[in-house]
Ligand binder design. Sequence first.
Ligand code: GDP
Ligand code: MG
Length: 162
Amino acid sequence: QPYFTSWVMHCTERTFVAIKPDGVHRALIGRTIARLEDKGYSLVALKLLKPSRTLAESHYESLRSKPFFDNLVSFITSGPVCAMVWEGKDVVAQVRKLIGNTDPLSSAPGTIRGDFGIDIGRNIIHGSDNISNAEREIQLWFHSEELVEWNPNLHEWIYEKV
Ligand code: GDP
Ligand code: MG
């Protein structure tokens, strides 16, 4: 087996990331993508869409009983969302760190929410909170044929060979 596949195997974890309508309107798509690329992660899928109510409600189904649920679903369906799948070692946890805390007040400067957000209901971006939710959300937002398999050349310089 080629040298390459021996260390590429451990960097196939995937997460679902969505730039919410506030992030799209505020022209933060490019800067968000740049931060994840800069870190070393690879884009597997990307699309801009206005999510249906059904999609938004299933995406946030664990929050159905919360008082802010209706506003959250109305907001997320109100405009374009940039839906993405990102791949790499520890990508779920690392993207959560890069995004920052749910409430921008508790998000450190340097994180996306810490740098660009003020209100918890306008916190720019979503990232899956664990691996099984990532799998669920990727399936919810994307068809399998939209996920692109590729081997970034940079992997050789980002990952230690195992
Ligand atoms: P996340 O995983 O950090 O996005 O946070 P949650 O999964 O707990 O909540 C999903 C989204 O609901 C958050 O990103 C916020 O936009 C919104 N949200 C969460 N908690 C609150 C709240 O207390 N008030 C309001 N208005 N929105 C909230
Ligand atoms: Mg969440």
